[in-house]
Ligand binder design. Structure first.
Ligand code: PLP
Length: 461
């Protein structure tokens, strides 16, 4: 039965949703791996890495949003993770959708979502995609430059346009202002052109950047939006729509950024600058998707790296590792620091797992993430969320399965000694992972198993 829970998200239409489990994530991973072991002779895919998506976590995030930002309608950013099962749940929960392309719009419309619940939030669109939006009556779309206005005039003159302005994105992991957003200086020209072309501009959008770590930038962006709203009335536009974009952290407590911190700042800024009755939406992606997905990976190979033996092969290997680390985008830890850590150990290990930066872990390269391996199964014993008492730990690096040396998942973690056949897991892997995974070197994308730790979810899907 459990085996049937494993399916590829893209094969969603052939899946019986009743197969969604209600087990805790850890239990589902354990049962899945155990059941695979029984049958592994007959199933060559038995050892593949796999995700577990907890739809209950998606649901809880939605309740949290509604409680903290009741005035702001979430339009989920499909690009973040287009898993059809999650999309189906979000649609059933009443969310709108931020789509960036024809194919994303198609996906959402095919689920039966009304076109009025879609915003085509890509300021630079292919002409045929605008024509498609027009055919399907997907009216709301963003723009940030004059040429886009001429294009829209030609292909969809009755579209409802949202002017995307530049926000301060300097406090975000993924800055978007380099590519998109009209500066306040250019707003007059854009509004004048739109007025001349008799286009319907309904409001403003912004994006503070994905992975925002300073909530104050939202207040600044809301102020900028207010400036543009006031300008708009000079061009006879009656703005009634504000889109506060994405960037929302999914994190809870701790010293860093949390969703609650952002919600508080946003709430106050909206009350101050937009007391009037306008429609306010947001385009959260990471917030909904990140915490719901855990990936389990098998250790397929390993290499022992002996320390303090610079003149042998393994010493050379150690130097190689440090060299390739320099190419990685993790600037938090300096190499000098790493070398000190390594020098203290007698030995360290390189583990090779069956998903990597060309697959689900592309978030390390494209989304500036740092991922943390935890032991799932060692010596056939299940260790989810358990400290292994008395186990010595070693400096370890974790590598993906491809033949490319940039395929490094974590360059230095403390792990007990593990062997091929053991399993590692990584939490909070739902955002910008599956959506940008490739099949480089012929490694397939990791499949998804579904569970829900909230019974309420089963009423929606
Ligand atoms: N909206 C737009 C236009 C985006 O480009 C993105 C991400 O790049 C998002 C929303 C989602 O952002 P996040 O996942 O940070 O919420």
């Amino acid at each position: 039965h459990l085996r049937s829970n494993l399916f590829c998200a893209s094969k969603f239409n052939r899946v019986n949703l009743l197969d969604i489990s209600n087990l805790p994530v850890s239990e589902l991973m354990k049962q899945h791996i155990t059941s695979l072991r029984v049958n592994d002779e007959s199933d060559l895919e038995a050892e593949n890495a796999f995700f577990v998506a907890d739809l209950g976590e998606v649901y809880r995030q939605h309740l949290r949003w509604k409680a903290r930002l009741p005035r702001v309608e979430p339009f989920y950013a499909v690009k973040c993770n287009p898993d059809p099962v999650m999309l189906k749940l979000l649609a059933a929960l009443g969310l709108g959708f931020d789509c960036a392309s024809k194919s994303e719009i198609q996906t959402i419309l095919n689920m039966g979502v009304d076109p009025s619940r879609i915003i085509y939030a890509n300021p630079c669109k292919q002409a045929s995609f605008i024509r498609y939006a027009a055919q399907k009556d997907v009216k709301m779309m963003t723009f940030d430059n004059v040429d886009e206005l001429y294009k829209i005039k030609q292909y969809f003159p009755s579209a409802q346009l949202v002017l995307r302005i530049l926000a301060d994105d300097s406090k975000s992991l993924c800055r978007l202002g380099l590519k998109f957003g009209a500066s306040l200086d250019s707003v007059d020209q854009l509004l004048q052109t739109a007025q001349n072309l008799e286009l319907d501009v309904i409001g403003v959008s912004f994006h503070v950047g994905s992975g925002c770590y300073d909530e104050e930038v939202y207040a600044d962006a809301i102020w900028r939006a207010r400036v543009v709203f006031d300008k708009a009335s000079c061009y006879n536009f009656n703005f009634r729509f504000l889109d506060v974009g994405g960037g929302f952290s999914h994190l809870h407590d701790g010293n860093g950024i949390t969703f609650e911190k952002i919600a508080n700042v946003l709430d106050v800024a909206l009350k101050n600058y937009f007391p009037e009755d306008i429609r306010i939406i947001a385009e959260p992606g990471r917030y909904y998707a990140a915490p719901a997905y855990t990936i389990a990976t098998q250790i397929i190979a390993r290499r022992l790296v002996l320390r303090d033996q610079d003149d042998n092969d393994e010493g050379t290997r150690e130097a190689d590792v440090v060299d390739s680390e320099q190419t990685l985008a993790e600037d938090e830890q300096t190499l000098a620091g790493d070398e000190q850590t390594l020098a203290g150990d007698e030995q360290s290990f390189m583990y090779y797992i069956n998903d990597g930066v060309y697959g689900a872990f592309n978030c390390i390269l494209f989304d500036h993430q740092i991922v943390h391996p935890k032991v799932l199964i060692k010596d056939d014993i299940f260790y989810f969320d358990t400290i292994m008492p008395g186990e010595p730990e070693y400096s370890s690096s974790v590598w993906g399965p491809t033949c490319d040396s940039i395929d490094c998942v974590n360059k230095d973690s403390r792990l007990p000694e593990l062997f091929p056949g053991d399993w590692l897991y990584f939490e909070e892997m739902g955002a910008y992972t599956i959506s940008a995974a490739s099949q480089f070197n012929g490694f397939m994308k990791s499949n998804v198993l579904y569970t829900s730790t909230e019974n309420k979810v089963f009423e929606y899907i």
